[in-house]
Structure formats: structure tokens, C-alpha cells
Ligand binder design. Structure first.
Ligand SMILES: [Zn+2]
Length: 201
């Protein structure tokens, strides 16, 4: 391997010449560009970084640019992302209280159920709107947090008094029952009222 000449990180080359990962990988496989692996400059335990020989890239640039931009796997992944993004767009709604459009959060179960076709778009949007209003425009989060803190405080006190873990939580459940589900129901109702006031439901 000829180690002379200028070498640059693959990420830099991509940016400089407007090349994709697949074009570079293919060019390396075809022997158009010489590459070498070095220790990752950001995390030593991370995957090795790839250096490319700049003169090879420049000499074969038009050929590399004519290589397919994406592998079949990448194409499938991009298609999936586009479909997910389109559904997120479709489920988006304008919240007059926030003054902005609200998108389904990452990891939203309702979004996933809708993407899998288990729930209609109308139903998913309705549930997402209620959840947004419950979290952002009612006292639900504050009430839930306060309940959790109250329960935990009692638990700590019981432990300090010498109760074991199981008994302590048993007493907590008796004295300050975990009513999160009831809170959710109550505040869902409030959220629906507010949504109706705002003309969204
Ligand atoms: Zn809002």
C-alpha cells in the first residue's frame, strides 16, 4: 500500500465531493480508491474511522459519482422512513394553545399501531390530541408527579423505621394508593373538554 499523498476522513470526503456512503463503499470494493482504517478520533472504543486517498478520489471522481447512490438495503430503509414521515405529517395537528403544529412523539405506541394498520388515522390522531392536551394543558403531569413523590416519601420513611421492601410498599399501597390510571382517565376527560372548546373534536 502506498501511504504517501494526502489522506482524508471518509466523512470529510463525502461532504467535500457530495458522495454517498454507498458510492464510496463501492469505489473501495472496485479498487478505485485506496482506504485504510484508523482508530476512531472521537471514541477510541468506537468503530475504526476510514481514511481515503484524496488523489484516488479526485482521479476517479466522475466514475464514483455515477455509481448508485444507495444500496438496495438503504433504498428500502429510506422508503420506510419516507412512509413513516408521511404518516407523521398526516397525524400532525395544530394546537391553538401551543400555537404550533404537534407531531406524534418518537416511540409513540399509537403512531406505531397506526403505522401497522391496527388503528385508523382518525382514531390515532384523536388519541394523540388527547394525550398532548392531557400532558401539556392539564395538571395531569404535576398531579402524577406529586402522587409519585408522596408515595416514595412514605416508602423511605417506612424503610427508615425498619420495614422491609415488600411490607413498606404494601403499607404505601394501602395509605396512598397508586391512582395513576384513574388520574389518566380523569384528565383524559378534561383534555376532551378542552379539545371540544377549541373546536378540535
Ligand atoms: Zn398544545
Amino acid at each position: 500500500m502506498d501511504l504517501s499523498g494526502e489522506w482524508k476522513y471518509k466523512t470529510t470526503i463525502k461532504r467535500m465531493y457530495g458522495l454517498t456512503e454507498n458510492q464510496i463503499k463501492t469505489a473501495i470494493r472496485m479498487g478505485l480508491v485506496e482506504a485504510k482504517e484508523v482508530r476512531n478520533p472521537y471514541y477510541s472504543s468506537g468503530p475504526p474511522a476510514v481514511l481515503l486517498k484524496v488523489s484516488d478520489v479526485e482521479a476517479n471522481l466522475s466514475k464514483i459519482k455515477s455509481l448508485p447512490k444507495y444500496s438496495e438495503e438503504e433504498k428500502a430503509r429510506r422508503k420506510l422512513y419516507r412512509e413513516r414521515s408521511r404518516l407523521r405529517d398526516e397525524l400532525e395537528f395544530y394546537c391553538p394553545r401551543c400555537g404550533k403544529r404537534i407531531r406524534a412523539m418518537r416511540g409513540s405506541e399509537m403512531f406505531e399501531a397506526c403505522f401497522e394498520g391496527e388503528v385508523s388515522k382518525e382514531e390515532a390522531r384523536r388519541v394523540l390530541m388527547i394525550a398532548h392536551y392531557r400532558h401539556e394543558h392539564t395538571d395531569y403531569d404535576a398531579k402524577r408527579r406529586a402522587l409519585k413523590e408522596k408515595r416514595y416519601k412514605l416508602y423511605r420513611r417506612l424503610r427508615e423505621d425498619g420495614y422491609d421492601y415488600e411490607t413498606a410498599w404494601m403499607i404505601v399501597d394501602d395509605e396512598i394508593p397508586d391512582v395513576t390510571e384513574e388520574l389518566k382517565k380523569t384528565y383524559n376527560k378534561k383534555a376532551v373538554e378542552l379539545l371540544k372548546e377549541d373546536g378540535l373534536l
